[in-house]
Design a protein around this ligand. Sequence first.
Ligand SMILES: [Fe+2]
Length: 280
Amino acid sequence: MSYQTISVLPLSGAMGAEITGVDLSRNLSNRTLKEIQRAFLEYLVIVFHDQFLNPADYKLFAQKFGELVPYPFVEGLLEHPEIFEIRKEPGEKRNFGGNWHSDMSFTRIPPLGTMLYALEVPSKGGDTMLTNLYLAYENLSEGMKSILNSMQGEYSAALKHAGGREAVMNATRFEIQNLDRADEASFHPIVRIHPETGKRALYVSSGHLSRFKDMTVEESKPILNFLRDHATQPDFTCRVNYRKGSLVLWDNRCTQHRALNDYHGERRVMHRLTISATHF
Ligand SMILES: [Fe+2]
């Protein structure tokens, strides 16, 4: 089905689309909104450039997809606590979200999607890489699919492989809050069925997925390493490049992403909103 009220330009053969012909600061017609929502499900990540939004406009657009949920470990903006500012200053080396993951997969009902709005971008670099987890599932052998179909994984916020949540957060500019949630973990199916499309996705959230249920970390590791490498092969990915005023929305239920850290010496400021799901 084609699009009538928006233009949709794919970002790669695997996933992602740039949408043009829309001013998100204005009231969207139902028809336009429905087409944007359809493009979101079809392309998994959608990008709008040259949008000039105040925080209220930004939240209003995000709320068309679901209720907003704060990110647990960093305090939001004073007047807009749902907005979490991801900032890296010219003198800083570590970035936030630099490893492959699906946002907040450690929670019982992980968020539907995440939005980023670019306030300040480096002259080059600072892109986000994303990977299509439907393709990751479809391209497994039938034998591996049938093993994984019945497995669950433990998705943990603890980041033990990287020295622990507190150490990881302290290495960035952020002051960690809600430390009591630093070890939060949930079990989820490794192969999840997307609640809206009904398609199967390999729910690999590499930074959080610590082991298979009823297996040790050591036993799980070789297969998890294989799944991580499999799920992030270039043929399944796209890359989002930002300019000031770019807005991106990705679907956490069938993608994972990582923030590239290739712009040392320059500032990058993004406002993040996280959109909750009503069920897994
Ligand atoms: Fe993230």
